[in-house]
Ligand binder design. Structure first.
Ligand code: NAI
Ligand code: 15L
Length: 273
């Protein structure tokens, strides 16, 4: 049966706010969790992922979890360690203790960000698309933390039978704002469709999927997402003329454009940070 009550961590963030708007239409009752208070949501749980007691109470009694909370961009290793590595461990451990059946984990394309960008004319041939099993090549400490989260999800399945879907999200915003995003954009509507599929597909064990719309300029293989029942409805191509006119096509000579992760591979220029 479809899970009914879902804990949404990171509910105050950009993606959390979009999903708060869209997921209730699928019949979910959301319990909200974030370190940042959410205006107009008096029942939201305001707590840090480092607070194991609060996390365990937050998890208690839900049917599933969508885990979005964490640092969503590059940061110092110490910050990433606390929020994304220890925080995701705390979340999984609370889920195990409370017998939660499934976690949908917000991984990122930056887990494979140093993968060379596929070249060729769009749409790419299917054998040019980056497969889900491509070796992981994180482009940041942030990307390393997403690799850790995927491994933790696999470990909790193998060790404890706790199922997960790790979604390597591209860019989920209202509209794409760069030429790179034309390839990796996930419309909010498709994001909700993919989370719904990840919550309801049977026997997912630990599945890893790319999260994007059916973009004409797609770089990766969506077949593991489609295997969950995901049917993307959107394509970023409607934004292509405007973005290409403003920014030009991706430049093979520009290091910011050489890899899947874009400027995450080249930023920040100063080390250490
Ligand atoms: P965001 O930065 O807007 O939201 C993250 C939320 O997590 C914030 O509300 C923040 O308060 C909360 N948070 C951070 N550390 C916390 C902690 N220690 N305890 C409790 N709450 C904490 O990020 P966004 O864009 O909404 O992304 C959500 C998730 O999806 C993140 O895990 C991000 O890495 C992942 N993701 C998002 C993509 C996107 O396109 N929006 C692309 C790829 C991955
Ligand atoms: C991510 O992982 C970030 O959380 C998001 O803010 C975007 O930068 C996205 O990747 C992207 O690659 O565009």
């Amino acid at each position: 049966p479809q899970p009914r009550t879902v804990l949404l961590t990171g509910a105050a963030g950009g993606l959390g706010t979009l999903m708060r708007g869209l997921l209730p239409a699928y019949g979910y009752e959301l319990r909200l969790f974030d370190a940042t208070p959410i205006e107009g949501e008096p029942d939201a749980i305001t707590a840090d992922l480092g607070d194991r007691h609060a996390l365990r109470e937050a998890v208690r009694g839900v049917d599933a979890i969508i885990h979005l909370a964490g640092i969503s961009l590059e940061a110092s290793f110490d910050k990433i360690l606390r929020a994304n590595i220890e925080g995701t461990y705390n979340l999984y451990e609370a889920a195990r203790e409370e017998g939660i059946a499934r976690v949908v984990f917000a991984s990122s394309n930056h887990a494979v960000g140093f993968t060379p960008r596929p070249q060729g004319s769009y749409p790419l041939d299917s054998d040019a698309l980056i497969p889900i099993g491509t070796p992981r090549r994180p482009d940041t400490f942030y990307g390393v933390s997403k690799c850790f989260g995927e491994d933790l999800a696999q470990f909790y399945w193998d060790k404890h039978g706790l199922e997960s879907v790790s979604v390597r999200i591209g860019s989920c915003f209202m509209e794409p704002t760069s030429v790179r995003m034309l390839s990796v954009w996930m419309s909010p509507g498709d994001g909700a469709r993919l989370f719904h599929a990840a919550l309801t597909a049977e026997d997912v064990q630990h599945s890893v999927v790319y999260g994007s719309s059916a973009n004409t300029r797609l770089w990766w293989d969506l077949s593991t997402a489609r295997a969950l029942g995901y049917e993307p409805q959107d394509d970023s191509e409607q934004y292509a003329d405007k973005l290409v006119a403003e920014q030009g096509e991706l430049d093979p000579e520009n290091p910011d454009h050489a890899h899947l992760g874009g400027h995450f591979c080249t930023h920040p220029p100063q080390w250490p940070y």
